[in-house]
Each structure stands twice: as structure tokens, then as C-alpha cells.
Design a binder for this molecule. Structure first.
Ligand code: GLV
Length: 328
């Protein structure tokens, strides 16, 4: 009997392809060619599953043109590349890759916070440029992490990981804002207090964004929100491009309305707003918060487990639109 056909949309670990090949006829993209939507649709003809990485847009237009497709397995916890309503309407399951990246991503959020508040990237560029002639009392003075107030917007698993690092490791006072309040036990574990968004922005020394991207969270931070922040504050975005109005942020950084920002995600990435590239008080990284080898392997494994789970055993592990699984 011939195996079901799946497509892997981007280059991935060879062992991931090997695992898939045990169950499926696999077409891969190990050359990591940038496929247009039309090319992706062409490649998906006859495929029942696709391994996506978070960059491939799965919408009604694509689904209409790919009638064989049954599942899209994202190797990412975020799935704003999926139009989940259209997928559900087409009977196509989406899966994501939660949990396996939580601690690694929280580590990175903290690393970016430290690098930003303590001006590590800016001072390294200064040194590499041969500009370090003498010690000076105020050279690259940043702001403290320990004992400061950490404001987290989006208190899911990654937000909680950052809260625990801040509270337990650095003695920070942790405040958070979220669509729903955590239960008391979880708040105690994270040593975090729930506050309104405005209070958080006004009182936090460091604001970390970890909310999923949805139309409702678009520009959660724009000029008006930045205006509420302390002039000494730092802003960290490890959530998604579009959560921050990057143009407004670049203006605020240039005018020192806040001290600094650390950004791992960007509106329209991999393009970066040109003004962000010229302001000194921002640390920019190319969407790498989950990028350690073990974590990226675990994410890829979970996407494979979802494809095998659904297409072979009828049981996906981490569906994002479980309505597709409901008995008809
Ligand atoms: C990365 O951004 C992810 O959503 O996993």
C-alpha cells in the first residue's frame, strides 16, 4: 500500500525527515527555497499533511486549492500563520508545538532583558569599533535588573517562566497583565501580582511582552502606551511582530522617551523597520528565542508526532482547532 504524502515546507533536521519517511512519502525543501504561495499550493497537490514552521500562511485561498490536505503541523508554539476559522471550515486540523520550548524561550527573554538593560550589545559594538580609549565612571551605565519591577504582558507558560526567573533568581517584584487572572496557587508560584495594563506600563522598570498575536493584540504597545512608561524603562518583545508598533518605538527610542528596547520579533520580519537599525539603544535578534539545538529538535519531533498521531493513529497531540476532531 502506498504511504500518505506529506510536504515539509522548509529545511529541517535530516533526522526529522527520516522520522517522517518511516510513515509517509515525503517531499522536503532541504535547499530551503523560498516558495511563493502559488508554488506552495503546487507542492501541496496530493499531500495530506504539511510540516510548517510558522512562516507559511495557511488561509482559505490555499485551502480551497489543496483539497487533499488534512493537517498542518506547525513547528512553533505561535500559529498566527494559520487562519484557524478557515481551516476548521475546510476540516483541516492545525497543530502547534507548545511546552517543549517554554524554558528555553523564557531563558532567552531574560537574556534579552539583561542585554538590553545593561547595554551589552551597544557596548560591545563600541569596543569592536576600537572606540574604547579609557575607563569612565558613566560609560554604558544601564539600569538594574535585581530588585527592580518586572512587568509581564501575557502570562502564559513562557510569561510564567520569565516571572519565576525574575522573582526567584533576581529578587524582582513581578507584576503581570493577562486576559485572565492566574489562580492564586500559580500567582504564588510565580510571586506575581495581577495589575491593569496601564498600571503595569506606569510602574514597571522592565516590560516584557509574551502575548500571542491576534487582531485584538495588534499594536498592544504603540505611542500612547510608550508614553505611559518610565523614561528609564526597557521594553522587550519576544512575542510576535505586530504586537509593538515598531515605527512608534523607533521614534520613542531615538527621543529617549524610554531607555532601551530588546526585540526578537518584528512587523513584517525578516524585514526590520529601517529606523530601528539606526537607533543605538535597541538590541535586535532574528527571532531566535527558542533556538537551542535540543529545543528545536523537540519542536520538530512534536510536529512529526502530530502528523503521525493524526494521519496514522487518528490522535494528534496538540491540536489548535480541535473542533475538526469532533464526531460529525
Ligand atoms: C516562535 O516564535 C514560536 O512561536 O514557536
Amino acid at each position: 500500500m502506498s504511504k500518505p504524502k506529506v510536504l515539509v515546507a522548509r529545511a529541517i533536521f535530516p533526522e526529522t525527515i527520516d522520522r517522517l519517511a518511516q510513515h509517509f512519502e515525503v517531499e522536503s525543501n532541504q535547499a530551503d527555497e523560498a516558495w511563493s504561495k502559488a508554488q506552495l499550493i503546487g507542492k501541496l497537490q496530493g499531500k495530506v499533511g504539511v510540516f510548517t514552521t510558522g512562516s507559511e500562511r495557511i488561509d482559505a485561498e490555499l485551502l480551497d486549492a489543496c483539497p487533499d490536505l488534512k493537517i498542518c503541523a506547525n513547528m512553533a508554539v505561535g500559529y498566527n500563520n494559520f487562519d484557524t476559522d478557515a481551516m476548521t471550515a475546510h476540516g483541516v486540523l492545525g497543530t502547534n508545538a507548545p511546552d517543549v520550548l517554554t524554558e528555553t524561550t523564557a531563558d532567552f527573554g531574560f537574556a534579552l532583558l539583561m542585554a538590553t538593560a545593561r547595554r551589552i550589545a551597544e557596548s560591545e559594538h563600541f569596543l569592536r569599533a576600537g572606540k574604547w580609549q579609557k575607563w569612565a565612571y558613566d560609560m554604558f551605565s544601564g539600569s538594574d535588573i535585581h530588585g527592580s519591577t518586572l512587568g509581564i504582558i501575557g502570562m502564559g507558560r513562557i510569561g510564567q517562566g520569565i516571572a519565576k526567573r525574575g522573582a526567584h533568581g533576581f529578587g524582582m517584584k513581578v507584576i503581570y497583565h493577562n486576559r485572565s487572572r492566574l489562580d492564586a496557587a500559580l500567582e504564588a508560584e510565580c510571586k506575581a501580582s495581577y495589575v491593569g495594563k496601564e498600571e503595569l506600563l506606569k510602574t514597571a522598570d522592565h516590560v516584557v511582552l509574551v502575548v500571542p498575536y491576534t487582531p485584538a493584540s495588534h499594536h498592544t504597545i504603540g505611542a500612547a502606551e510608550i508614553a505611559l512608561m518610565k523614561p528609564t524603562a526597557t521594553l522587550i518583545n519576544i512575542a510576535r511582530g505586530g504586537i509593538v508598533d515598531d515605527a512608534a518605538l523607533a521614534v520613542a527610542l531615538r527621543e529617549r522617551r524610554i531607555a532601551a528596547a530588546g526585540l526578537d520579533v518584528f512587523e513584517g520580519e525578516p524585514k526590520v523597520h529601517p529606523d530601528l537599525l539606526t537607533v543605538p539603544n535597541v538590541v535586535l535578534t532574528p527571532h531566535i528565542a527558542s533556538a537551542t539545538v535540543p529545543t528545536r529538535k523537540a519542536m520538530a519531533d512534536l510536529a512529526v508526532d502530530n502528523l503521525v498521531g493524526y494521519l496514522v493513529n487518528g490522535k494528534p497531540l496538540t491540536p489548535v482547532n480541535p473542533a475538526v476532531l469532533a464526531p460529525k
